[in-house]
Design a protein around this ligand. Structure first.
Ligand code: GLU
Length: 457
């Protein structure tokens, strides 16, 4: 069994593309088949190397490894030419020289009459020798196929016109290349977005004209944004790598994507192995799926909570570099990660929470400082006690805080809140005794001094 993912490199790897890739990958792996990656780069004006790289990076970050490829259609022009010539020789295709103006007038006339705009076959029997090449679509009969998601689909050939399979410069078009490639690469299951479903009957006619066996088709419904429109930039990040940048784990994104349009009972969390073993094309929903950012965040948090510290450190390394955090300048990373694991929804949030351990700051959050840095006596007392402390552990630190409360007869919050702000600069910190231990004695004392200076100025 073989399936494929066949993106056009005209932008980044889109969330919708990633879901298509995941479904095709999961279905292939379930059957221990071969997963092919094919870059459909025949549109030379819109294809870029940067976009090819973005697709490869996205696939590799997601861990959707291909068994064959990547194949590039631009390497296969000779093969497409051969097939186009064969179709011409067999009188299954013909040259057409209709001008743009003629085609436009034809379209306008048909539209005005309320008819479907399609080519009228004007050059079909002219035996021309140059121009674009059109496929002789059958004039009568039905194209019927069973889509694994949508069920039986039937189209009357009268609704299909003679498709252009080669441009006037000889370069092939999508519908031709996809058929040749899927045949040559022995793809038996084509899984793709349903934005291609209108192309499928045309492609089936091409397969038949070439005497080739048809693959199975599964067309996936679109992903919609929260407003019901097709998911696009306007709904926020749609590039897979933007999710990496925002601190999502690849497993969480894959888990989220698999649930977009596919379900297995009411289970929400699936390991990659489970996705592969439980995946069934027949369980793909027919209706479009709606993207829900909150659910993705929830899943990400669940994955962060249950991930191993080693794995999180591995995933964090890009973020630490990216945010310029040098983890050699403070406490051991695994202790810090353990401390933050329960409270971080994303890796970016985790790195933000880490900064206080590895980076000094020169200013406090102004609003909080105004509110919380008022009483220098308690801060000074805490500072003197902590500077005398030999045993820099969370429990010893906690004892000193308690003693300050007792000696000054104040509640915990009166010193706890300013201490938290002094340590973090922004008030975002967990258990302050643990935080202080991790920040270290020297840094803790200098931050308390900074707080005193703030009050005294
Ligand atoms: N290259 C096409 C696209 O990116 C996909 C073609 C296909 O899967 O058949 O939309």
């Amino acid at each position: 069994m073989k399936s494929r993912f066949a993106p056009s490199p005209t932008g980044y790897l889109h969330i919708g593309g990633a879901r298509t890739a995941l479904f095709a990958w999961a279905w292939t792996k379930k059957q221990q088949g071969q997963f092919v990656l094919r870059i459909e780069d025949t549109d030379r004006e819109r294809s870029t190397q940067a976009s090819v790289d973005a697709i490869l990076d996205g696939m590799s970050w997601l861990g959707l490894a291909h068994d064959e490829g990547p194949f590039y259609q631009t390497d296969r022009f000779d093969r497409y030419k051969e097939i186009i010539k064969q179709l011409l020789d067999d009188d299954k295709a013909y040259y057409c020289e209709c001008s743009k103006e003629r085609l436009q007038t034809l379209r306008d006339e048909l539209t005005e009459k309320g008819e479907k705009a399609k080519y009228d076959g004007c050059c079909r029997d002219k035996k021309l020798t140059s121009g674009v090449v059109r496929f002789k679509n059958p004039l009568t009969g039905l194209v019927v196929f069973d889509d694994a998601v949508k069920g039986q689909i039937s189209i009357n050939n009268q609704e299909l016109d003679d498709l252009i399979i080669a441009r006037s410069d000889g370069t092939p078009t999508y519908n031709l290349t996809v058929v040749v490639d899927d045949h040559d690469m022995e793809i038996d299951t084509v899984i793709r977005g349903d934005d291609h479903i209108n192309n499928t009957p045309r492609q089936i006619n091409l397969y038949q004209a070439l005497g080739w066996e048809l693959p199975k088709f599964a067309h996936l419904p679109m992903i919609l944004g929260s407003d019901g429109a097709r998911l696009s930039k306007r709904h926020g990040a749609v590039s897979v790598m933007a999710y990496r940048d925002e601190g999502f784990l690849p497993e969480a994104l894959l888990n989220y994507l698999v649930r977009l349009g596919w379900s297995h009972g009411d289970q929400e969390i699936f390991s990659l192995d489970e996705i592969v073993s439980l995946f069934e094309l027949k369980n793909i929903n027919k209706a479009p799926a709606s993207f829900n950012q909150e659910k993705l965040i929830w899943l990400n948090q669940e994955y962060i909570k249950s991930a191993s510290v080693e794995y999180l450190i591995e995933q964090l390394s890009w973020h630490l570099d990216h945010q310029g955090v040098d983890s050699s300048t403070g406490p051991e990373l695994n202790v810090v990660v353990k401390h933050l694991q329960e409270r971080s929804k994303t890796l970016v949030e985790m790195v933000d929470g880490m900064k206080m351990f590895y980076q000094d700051f020169t200013e406090f959050d102004e609003k909080l400082a105004k509110k919380q840095f008022k009483d220098s006596e308690s801060i000074a007392l805490l500072m003197s006690k902590l500077s005398a402390l030999n045993d820099w552990t969370a429990s010893a630190i906690k004892d000193q805080i308690k003693q300050v409360c007792d000696e000054l007869d104040i509640g915990f919050g009166k010193i706890g809140q300013p201490f938290r702000l002094a340590l973090s600069g922004n008030g975002n910190a967990g258990n302050i005794d643990i935080v202080a231990q991790l920040v270290g004695q020297k840094r803790t004392l200098s931050r308390l001094q900074m707080a005193l200076d703030y009050i005294n100025n």
